[in-house]
Design a protein around this ligand. Structure first.
Ligand code: URA
Length: 216
């Protein structure tokens, strides 16, 4: 299922991101009330083109981890804290022609961009109501648990605690009154860059598989 976001929240995001280097719009996808809601950082170029979250190289890695605990895209909700592709503008010399050409590579979203999308993400979480939130990497983790949370310390752990939500004036975050179950994981791109992380990430996913059984 492709989620239909409320128009007033989409308009608000648009107002707050005008003029920023953000492309496309890739909605979150998956069933409501799933066991798992996987939360990434932002769509990349592949996601922007096909409009399916985590469908590029990181996504393929992620699907293998998901399959290792008996889950798939069909029964998992997949989204990220920013719904547009953040890009930078680089001028580089084309090796063949010698001409200067512009490139638009992916970049990490800024804190301000993550804040601009925060009410949309809060709405998405409240609508999807997963049993377990799985932040993938520091951008998603810090959006939910604040700037001191660190994936290197928290990966693979089961946390039950309040999360950050956008304040009514939209200037920052406040802690939720409700508690949520979270199991932070390394972002799948981390294993693409550092293969040595693979055994740790595989063990974290197995731990997540056990946690799901415990809480069901
Ligand atoms: N990285 C993310 O965080 N989300 C995607 O959808 C793709 C790559």
């Amino acid at each position: 299922m492709i989620i239909k976001y409320p128009q007033n929240l989409l308009d608000e995001v648009h107002r707050r991101t005008v003029g920023r280097q953000l492309a496309g719009f890739t909605p979150g996808q998956g069933p409501l009330h799933p066991d798992l809601m996987l939360v990434g950082e932002a769509p990349g170029r592949h996601e922007e083109q096909v409009n399916i979250p985590f469908s590029g190289a990181s996504g393929q890695e992620l699907m293998k981890f998901l399959a290792s605990i008996g889950y798939s895209r069909a029964n998992t909700y997949i989204t990220s804290v920013v719904r547009q592709r953040p890009y930078s503008i680089k001028r580089v010399r084309d090796k063949k022609t010698g001409q200067i050409v512009e490139k638009f590579p992916n970049r990490t979203p800024t804190k301000r961009e993550v804040r601009a999308f925060a009410p949309l993400f809060d709405w998405e979480l409240a609508t999807v109501q997963p049993r377990i939130i799985v932040p993938l990497g520091n951008t998603a983790l810090q959006r939910l648990l604040g700037p001191t949370a660190n994936i290197g310390k928290l990966h693979g752990q089961r946390l039950t605690q309040p999360i950050q939500q956008a304040t009514a004036d939209r200037k920052g975050y406040q802690w939720s009154t409700a508690k949520y179950t979270l199991v932070p994981m390394y972002h799948p791109a981390a294993v693409l860059y550092a293969r040595r992380l693979m055994p740790t990430v595989q063990a974290d996913w197995q731990a997540l598989g056990k946690i799901i059984k415990e809480i069901k």
